[in-house]
Write a protein that binds this ligand. Structure first.
Ligand code: NZQ
Ligand code: ZN
Length: 385
């Protein structure tokens, strides 16, 4: 196992009726900016519950953070923070609202050109406003990690940033708040969490026994509950388990001390930035092809995955790997998530532009061995057609 630091200061307030408890975790004198998306939180009543919990605090609202939150929109929130001396940010929504809030928290305290935060992947962040979150969509893990992904509309660039200053102080995880999600978003969440786990698990063995067993348990839970979650929106235990799996999939626990890949995510980000495909849907397209093309360097872990996650123990090594990848793809399809570029009207003529963007964004040595070059990405994308 590699050496590692594990640090995660986010308090999780899990379960039904927990929104009221935010009152205990936000200073009574705070000037709070409540940030949300396109309005689902108004329709579902979650915003009202949040405002009630905030009581007599000075509250300002900022709405309109879009899926794949944009730099341009978020800078309007930074203006409000500065003009109104806001000192606490409360995100109410899914990964996009939480990521956007993290960016606002850091940008509001940043002295230089805020684009530096994105150019330097967050390393320049020295301070950020305190953040709390109320999660309404289980998927990204943003509620318990220090990362965010921001889109610059001007140049179709999706940039990730990370900082120890942008962990939420607390996150409310009330599974009943996900009952109103459209099935498309539930399916997206299952796929996103699944691929977060494979990015940290399907690499090469370093004898991280606990990390492997955690990852396998999380993957098996998603396989067990994924389809059920689509068909039984108000099954509390299903939604509760999905919510906790998605959080644990990307809160640093399973990735500590083991190699990490993330090439599927980096290609996925370009597909979203260029073609507007939902984040999770890009992953469902790229992952099966990525595993096929890189199966030699991932052989030992793919065989472990086949056996422990899918109980594939018959046949020769190649047959077991092929079947594990096929089962992964069928799992995504079973959730109603397409696994081919053609489903989004994309064909071979679109690949050059995706590769050009990867190069422009310096995504030229990806993966756990840093051997996923633009040529390898091209082979992967050709298999995704
Ligand atoms: O905007 P509103 O009206 O709220 O509607 C949202 C949005 O349209 C809706 N929604 C959310 N909760 C709902 C609901 N509708 C009904 N009932 C509810 N309870 O769902 C739509 C999608 O929301 P969004 O936040 O965009 O989805 P998700 O949580 O999948 O976030 C995706 C973003 O997270 C980034 C992605 O790149 C993408 O920008 N990621 C962030 C990561 C991180 N911070 O660690 C890691 C991920 O790999 C990912 O890259
Ligand atoms: Zn993701």
């Amino acid at each position: 196992m590699f050496n590692f630091d594990f640090y995660n200061p986010t308090r999780i307030l899990f379960g039904q009726q927990r929104i009221a408890d935010i009152d205990k975790h936000i200073p009574a004198q705070a000037k709070v900016l409540v940030l949300y998306g396109g309005g689902s939180v108004k329709v579902t009543g979650t915003l009202k519950e949040v405002l009630t919990a905030l009581g007599s605090r000075h509250v300002v609202e900022f709405s309109g953070i879009e899926p794949n939150p944009t730099f341009e929109t978020l800078m309007r929130a930074v203006e409000i923070v500065k003009n109104q001396q806001i000192d606490f940010l409360l995100a109410v929504g899914g990964g996009s609202v939480i990521d956007g809030t993290k960016f606002v928290a850091a940008a509001s305290c940043y002295q230089g050109d805020v684009l530096d935060i994105l150019k330097n992947r967050g390393t320049v962040i020295q301070a950020a406003l305190p953040i709390g979150t109320v999660l309404t969509l289980s998927a990204t893990g943003s509620e318990m990690n220090n990362g965010g992904v921001i889109t610059q509309q001007s140049n179709h660039t999706k940039s990730a940033f990370f900082s120890t200053h942008t962990f939420p102080q607390f996150s409310v995880l009330d599974p009943t708040k996900t009952y109103t999600l459209p099935t498309r978003q539930i399916a997206n969440g299952v796929v996103d969490a699944f691929v977060h786990i494979t990015e940290q698990y399907l690499t090469y063995p370093v004898n991280g026994y606990v990390q492997d067993r955690f990852a396998e348990g999380l993957l098996q839970t998603l396989i067990e509950l994924g389809e059920k979650a689509l068909h039984h929106p108000e099954d509390y235990d299903t939604r509760a388990n999905l919510m906790w799996v998605a959080t644990l999939a990307l809160n640093g626990l399973i990735g500590a001390g083991v190699p990490q890949d993330w090439a599927t995510h980096m290609i996925g980000h370009e597909l979203t930035a260029l073609h507007g495909i939902d984040h999770a849907r890009t992953l469902a397209i790229v992952l099966p092809a990525m595993l096929k093309i890189r199966q030699e360097s991932k052989r030992a872990k793919l065989l472990q995955y086949a056996s422990r996650v899918w109980q594939i123990n018959e046949g020769d090594e190649q047959q077991r790997i092929d079947l594990a990848i096929a089962k992964t793809e069928s799992f995504f399809k079973g959730l109603g998530v397409d696994t081919r570029l053609s489903a989004y009207d994309l064909n071979a003529s679109h690949i050059d532009a995706i590769i050009e963007q990867l190069i422009a964004h310096k995504m030229i040595k990806l993966g756990e061995h840093r051997d996923v070059t633009p040529d390898v990405c091209r082979q992967v994308l050709q298999l995704c057609l």
